[in-house]
Design a protein around this ligand. Structure first.
Ligand code: ADP
Length: 220
């Protein structure tokens, strides 16, 4: 028997959300819900939604909240056991509020909002590499800069929101893929253990790296 589990993976572009989301979801028997992947799928299939979203995505800006929330709502309805790993959602305060409301409708709540922290120089290096390997149309240097700005302005404030809710966990996203997966696994296992024995552990890792804010203004 398994109950609801809603894990949010947050962090700037290049932090490794997609890679880690796939690994963690498989390990924990969660369905990975990636709004970026869903949008790219719409674009590839040439749906109405995809046609409208493409130009926005290629500019590095965000697709409107109602479009995104509609996709998430439909996905939740298709899997009402609500065991999800959310990658790239929520990204705005409006989306965060909509998520809380959707979960409340189902009597569920957020298990953990994990912020993957990686220093700026490393983010840029990873994104340039990904651009060369995958040729994603929004991985050009100028657009990457926009996406980082958009992240700082619209998404980063959500970390405070989840900190206030007591669900935020910051995890060091530097190092190789397996190392980061192990850190994430530990955090989730810790939460699971503390929730099964009466939840006396409100820890918010004291050894967390505080790099999300320390960003320099000018990117290369
Ligand atoms: P990243 O590598 O930056 O995490 P994603 O693959 O998650 O990128 O998203 C790619 C693009 O898709 C974003 O730049 C944005 O235009 C759009 N997008 C994805 N998720 C959302 C969302 N939750 N809200 C608005 N736009 C989104």
């Amino acid at each position: 028997m398994t109950g609801h589990e809603i894990v949010l993976l947050m962090g700037p572009p290049g932090a490794g959300k997609g890679t880690q989301a796939a690994r963690l979801a498989a390990e924990r028997g969660l369905a990975k819900l990636s709004t970026g992947d869903m949008l790219r799928d719409h674009v590839a299939r040439g749906t109405d939604l995809g046609n409208r979203a493409k130009a926005i995505m290629d500019s590095g800006e965000l697709v409107p909240d109602d479009v995104i929330v509609g996709m998430v709502r439909a996905t939740f309805e298709s899997k009402p056991d609500l065991r999800f790993l959310l990658d790239g959602f929520p990204r705005t305060p409006g989306q965060a509020a909509a998520l809380d409301a959707l979960l409340a409708e189902h009597g569920a709540s957020i298990t953990a909002a994990i912020a993957l922290a990686v220093v700026d120089d490393e983010l840029v290096r990873r994104l340039v590499l990904r651009s060369e390997e995958e040729g994603r149309s929004d991985d050009g240097e100028e657009i990457v800069r926009t996406r980082m700005e958009v992240y700082r302005r619209q998404t980063q404030p959500l970390l405070d929101y989840y900190d206030g809710q007591g669900t935020l966990r910051r995890v060091d996203g530097s190092g190789d893929v397996e190392t980061v997966t192990a850190r994430l696994r530990n955090v989730l296992e810790e939460i699971e253990a503390s929730s099964t024995d009466g939840r006396d552990d409100g820890r918010d890792d004291h050894d967390e790296p505080q790099v999300l804010h320390g960003a320099s203004k000018g990117h290369p």
